[in-house]
Design a protein around this ligand. Structure first.
Ligand code: GUN
Ligand code: ZN
Length: 431
């Protein structure tokens, strides 16, 4: 049955980093979206669409803002239960909190519990697609893909590969061969099944041997339509560590490049402290950088330069990096991106922030033909946002003179209370 979903609808007409933000991103007040078989068919004025489609089921959200479902382009679902762990920078944080928690995913029941809890938290926050690391255990990957399939969510995930004895505790170690074999079996089971995409997932070069990175490069050659996700240049101590572990490499990116892991479809989380050569090569290979602002402040990593990397012509997605990031909310993540922009003397426009959390992430995942915008032919994944969800936000929004002045307090102060509904393929998710 056709559905009409009505409210104020956000639409895209260009990249707000290339053309004026308010031209690129427009808000159709009093609009409705016609949805059929999980896809957007058309958009138009609310009354006009109701008259034209009298048999459609109507979901009228009044003045609420309807945005494309948020796309969290880098997260670690196994870190759900240890988010907000105190007092450590990256390497100590991994050893103290992360690795012991990830060890629990040897138990498939635990993985199932956390995967379900995690995706429900995402839907409650308006996030309809995530790209997540799993743990070294193949069962942790099955758990997440199964939980996403039950909710019909578009998802990207992969088995985290880590085999270096000097840096990885034994209880989380695989080998070059088992990483290759397990990842290959998971690709065969999940890649392009329904809404699932497999991402080949070396955690980062410090926890892999060159032999493992070589094996994963070969696997990617054999399955080129997969994505590849990892971390790059998150903290300066980490970069020094990489130099010690890979003395022959020209720079951090080279540790991946040598093994065929730098090309289109590669997603590099963080990518804060890049050398000019790295930026030029990432651009030449059309790779994606994923900005994780709450993580970068929480773990003390540094200030990603969104404006500069967009001006370099790179694909930039936005992400929580749960649980290095301190929130499941892409609203909170946009606020942190704004704050980091301010520290770099670049006040990102609210239209740019919304775009990064939706279309920017979709471009980073090379899925912009399916998700990340509300337009005919796109999958009907939406978040419905109350622009007056708390007394503090409401009293600020009421003074607004423009729609962007009205939206900005929700970006800065909003959380899951602002999310009225999430729609997945046109179906309202239970949250
Ligand atoms: N680098 C390698 N692993 C991780 C991780 O789990 N979180 C973050 N933030 N950085 C990493
Ligand atoms: Zn990460």
């Amino acid at each position: 049955m056709d559905k009409l979903i009505a409210g104020q609808v956000v639409t895209y007409h260009g990249d707000p980093f290339d053309i004026p933000a308010e031209e690129a991103v427009q808000v159709l007040s009093d609009a409705a979206i016609l949805v059929r078989d999980g896809k957007v068919i058309s958009l138009g004025g609310r009354d006009h669409m109701r008259a034209k489609h009298p048999d459609a089921e109507v979901f009228d959200h009044g003045p609420a803002l309807i945005v494309p479902g948020f796309i969290d382009a880098h997260a670690h679902y196994p870190q759900t239960a240890m988010i907000a762990s105190w007092g450590k920078r990256l390497i100590d944080w991994l050893n103290t909190y992360t690795f012991p928690e990830e060890a629990k995913f040897a138990d498939r029941g635990y993985a199932d519990d956390i995967a379900g809890r995690y995706l429900d938290l995402l839907l409650a926050n308006g996030t309809t697609t995530v790209t997540s690391f799993c743990t070294v255990h193949p069962g942790s990957v099955d758990a997440l893909f199964e939980a996403a399939a039950r909710r019909n969510m578009r998802i990207v995930a992969g088995k985290t590969c880590m085999d270096r004895w000097e840096t990885t505790p034994e209880f989380l170690r695989d080998t070059p061969q088992s990483a290759y074999d397990d990842s290959k079996a998971l690709i065969e089971r999940w890649h392009n099944k329904g809404r699932a995409t497999y991402a080949i997932t070396p955690r980062f070069s410090p926890t892999s041997t060159p032999e493992q990175l070589y094996a994963l490069g070969r696997l990617w050659d054999e399955h080129p339509s997969c994505l590849m996700q990892t971390h790059l240049s998150e903290q300066t101590d980490e970069i020094d560590w990489v130099k010690g572990l890979y003395p022959e490499a020209r720079d951090y990116l080279d540790t991946y490049e040598q093994f065929g892991l730098v090309r289109e479809g590669a997603l590099f989380g963080h990518s804060i402290h890049l050398e000019p050569r790295e930026i030029a090569h990432l651009r030449a290979m059309d790779c994606s950088l994923i900005h994780c602002p709450t993580s970068n402040t929480f773990i003390g990593s540094g200030l990603f330069d969104t404006g500069a990397r967009k001006a370099d012509g790179l694909r930039v997605g936005l992400a929580t990096d749960t649980g290095g990031g301190s929130s499941f909310s892409m609203l909170r993540t946009m606020a942190a991106a704004y704050e980091i922009g301010q520290l770099r003397h670049n006040a990102l426009h609210p239209a740019q922030l919304l775009w990064l959390a939706t279309r920017g992430s979709a471009e980073a995942l090379r899925m912009e033909d399916k998700i990340g915008a509300i337009a005919p032919g796109m999958e009907a994944d939406f978040a419905v946002i109350d622009l007056a969800s708390t007394p503090a936000i409401a009293q600020r929004a009421i003074t607004a003179n423009t729609i962007w002045e009205e939206i900005f307090p929700t970006i800065m102060m909003g959380d899951d209370r602002a999310v009225i509904a999430s729609y997945v393929m046109g179906e309202r998710a239970a949250v």
